[in-house]
Design a binder for this molecule. Structure first.
Ligand code: ATP
Length: 258
């Protein structure tokens, strides 16, 4: 069901998460509007990846709640109580939230085309012919139309990541999550992946991008979120957070990465 346009695409409220005795998210709030790009920056270990992973329930929260497009992620409400959804329902929710990993995570034994076709056929029950047609269009969009029959190992890292983005798009997600999509790439390959993400931003794709690419954040983000030690320290327009940070911790971080 399509939600009214004033429902945020992502609404994270007071999320807490620990791994054993290590608190990693200490009450995180995040709101992402439809068609907006949010870039999350922050030092190593500040909880950025964990936050992304809670949004599609790859990690369960200890407290707080997350809705995507109006649906509670991982749980169903019954009266005052939350009940965890069965795995099948979680997988269904996940198909609508694309996730692009640092290390591409392509299926090595499948061709590029098969990588894009597998999930729409198995999870969305699309007819194979239609899924292949859509996959070829997506490969065209990421500039890899001529690579349909090749295997991931035959591609550069940048090309593999573009395939991974096309694969995420093949499920027609309402939201795309990127976890440091360029940090495993040789420097000369970073630009081609960022260009694909910039293109998606221009087309109004709702995205949360965890990255250390501050130039990209400045150019593309509607909102920049600075996380430190499991908390959102500061968030706002790129010009405010990156050029006029209000917090010492943001300033200290930026002075190291800029
Ligand atoms: N599955 C896990 N089990 C135990 N500890 C974990 C797990 N996942 C993450 N952590 C710990 O949680 C903390 C936050 O990790 P997270 O990956 O979310 O940070 P990050 O800000 O994304 O860092 P980076 O920029 O280095 O990727 C780290 O101390 C990490 O070691």
């Amino acid at each position: 069901m399509t939600q009214p346009s004033d429902t945020p695409m992502v609404d994270v409220r007071s999320v807490h998460k620990s791994f054993g005795s290590l608190p990693v998210l200490k009450g995180v709030d995040l709101h992402v509007g439809r068609g907006e790009v949010t870039v999350v920056i922050g030092p190593s270990g500040s909880g950025k990846s964990t936050l992304l992973r809670t949004i599609n329930h790859l990690e369960k929260v200890d407290a707080g709640r997350i809705t995507v497009d109006g649906s509670l992620i991982g749980y169903r409400r019954s009266g005052d109580k939350l009940h965890e959804l069965p795995e099948r329902e979680v997988l269904k929710q996940r198909t609508r939230i694309g996730f692009v990993f640092q290390n591409f995570n392509l299926f090595p034994h499948l061709t590029v085309l098969e990588n894009l076709v597998e999930a729409p056929v198995s999870a969305l029950k699309r007819p194979r012919r239609a899924a292949e047609r859509a996959a070829r269009e997506l490969l065209e969009r990421v500039g890899l139309a001529d690579k349909a029959g090749t295997y991931p190992r035959q591609l550069s890292g940048g090309q593999q990541q573009r395939v991974a983005i096309a694969r995420a798009l093949a499920l027609e997600p309402r939201l795309l999550l990127f976890d440091e999509p360029t940090s495993a790439l040789d420097p000369e390959l970073v630009g081609e992946v960022l260009d694909v993400i910039k293109d998606l931003a221009r087309q109004g794709t709702t995205m949360i991008v965890v990255t250390h690419e501050i130039g990209f954040a400045r150019e593309v983000a509607d909102t920049v979120v600075f996380m430190d030690d499991g908390r959102v320290v500061e968030q706002g327009a790129p010009a405010d957070v990156l050029d006029r940070p209000r917090h010492d911790r943001t300033r200290a971080f930026l002075s190291k990465v800029l």
